[in-house]
Design a protein around this ligand. Structure first.
Ligand code: SF4
Ligand code: SF4
Length: 444
């Protein structure tokens, strides 16, 4: 299919990266790409979504990759996956023979193998320079569920209205569900059997994985980028880390950062030659040094994987959170990222891998590392709250009115063609009950 036609179909379907920041998929279709990578790393502990979707829909996902590879005229497609996802690997091997130019690229069982800069290096040997994107070295990386959405859009015109979600942690029946976008987290907890905590009032929700996810509430709703909901006791290590207060953390850094450098020595971006050194930032920020602003500006090269604060620092300090705050301030004040050189890959890199099993243990999550089997029956919902800003790009603007009847798959909000963004579609047949600047509420 011709590139612009495929882009139009994908844009109209509302497909975005089904996890992370959710970059609109049509905007990633770039003829500079010579290599397409399917990212099936799923390196966040406890999540069991991508490997199962891959296992169930290998043929559809490889077919979608073929659509994309043909449209951009890519030379190769690499399925980046860990050897331990045996069922998914078997499913891929059963189909891949029919897709010339496709191969499996095995990733190490480490965190964060799914960081697209890390995954690109692991399966192609190419280093994405600091401050650049994979496309700058001829690579485009796609998410597993995104490719399933592309397949549905191209073959049946189906827009993105449903989402796969792993509901796990301290729940009675960890599960991976197919749910309508806009369903409330409280409903997901109920479908997973409820919280498995003595005092069931005392649990905390995290939207996403334990490393990069954010604290959430039962009233929060699924968006096109939500890939997991974790339930944890409120006194759990991961919860306490996520509740850290930056001003308290700065005082703790002033009192206890011993400049051991573990945060830097294990940083996955530093090890690939990017100029990010969390220990240097902690030294300057905690002592108020401003004569050299390099450690502050270089926070732009941190990908917020969280390894430094969730794993590396034995003082349990919070470099990632403090650097996130610094980055936000720099952006607010329109300070541009510096132009930098990328150093050679650290020769000790592979010796400094953080195995997923060790990370699980350090996060005190081993007891929650249970299967979360995929149920492919779409969960019903009587009400959905569709957020108008769900991902990178401008928010969508409603094209329906309160009281209007809508059908499943009907567009309810759109984005001007000249802007980066995607339309929103109704996941249920129902009536528009309320429209605000943030969301559209639809009830059956
Ligand atoms: S690992 Fe912790 S104590 Fe060591 S330099 Fe980094 S922030 Fe400081
Ligand atoms: S969060 Fe920490 S470990 Fe991860 S890239 Fe940033 S500085 Fe490095």
């Amino acid at each position: 299919m011709e590139l612009n036609k495929l882009k139009d179909i994908i844009r109209s379907s509302g497909a975005v990266g089904a996890g992370g920041a959710g970059f609109p998929t049509y905007a990633k279709l770039d003829p500079r790409a010579t290599t397409i990578i399917l990212n099936c790393a799923e390196c966040e502990p406890l999540l069991k979504l991508h490997r199962q979707v891959m296992e169930h829909y290998a043929r559809e996902i490889l077919t979608a990759l073929q659509f994309v590879a043909d449209a951009v005229k890519a030379e190769e497609v690499i399925i980046a996956i860990k050897p331990s996802y045996k069922s998914a690997v078997e499913a891929i091997n059963a189909e891949i023979g029919e897709f010339p130019g496709f191969r499996i690229g095995f990733l190490p069982e480490v965190y964060p193998a799914g960081d697209e800069v890390v995954a690109t290096y692991e399966v192609t040997g190419k280093v994405v320079p600091a401050g650049k994107l994979p496309i700058d070295v001829g690579v485009t990386v796609f998410n597993v569920e995104t490719m399933l959405n592309v397949y549905n859009a191209v073959t049946s015109g189906m827009p993105v209205v449903d989402k796969y979600i792993t509901v796990t942690g301290a729940v009675k029946n960890p599960v991976t569900l197919k749910v309508p976008v806009g369903i409330a987290f409280s409903e997901l907890i109920r479908l997973a059997g409820g919280a498995a905590i003595e005092n069931t009032e005392n649990y905390v929700l995290i939207s996403g994985g334990p490393m990069t996810g954010a604290l959430a509430s039962p009233a929060d709703v699924v968006t096109k980028t939500t890939n997991a909901v974790l339930v944890l006791p409120e006194e759990h290590y991961v919860v306490l880390k996520k509740k850290c207060n930056p001003s308290v953390e700065m005082k703790r850094a002033m009192a206890s950062c011993c400049q051991c450098r573990m945060c830097t020595d294990l940083c996955p971006r530093f090890l690939l030659g990017h100029p990010i050194e969390p220990n240097a930032f902690m030294r300057s920020a905690s002592s108020g040094v401003t004569s050299d602003v390099t450690p502050y500006l270089n926070t732009y090269f941190c990908c917020s994987c969280g390894l430094c604060e969730m794993y590396s620092c034995f003082q349990s300090l919070s470099p990632r959170s403090l650097m996130d705050k610094c980055k936000a301030e720099l952006r607010k004040n329109c300070v541009p990222a510096p132009k930098v050189e990328t150093a050679p890959v650290n020769p000790q890199r592979s010796g400094r891998y953080v195995p997923t099993s060790r990370l699980l243990s350090r996060l005190k999550l081993s007891e929650y590392n249970n299967p979360a089997p995929l149920s492919d029956t779409l969960v019903g919902a009587n009400r959905v709250k569709l957020m108008l800003r769900q991902h990178v790009g401008v928010p969508a603007l409603p094209v329906v009115a309160e009281g209007q009847a809508v059908a499943r798959g009907q567009m309810v909000a759109r984005v001007d063609d000249t802007k980066l963004g995607c339309p929103v579609h109704s996941p249920i047949d129902g009536t528009v009950k309320r429209i605000t600047e943030q969301y559209i509420l639809i009830e059956k």
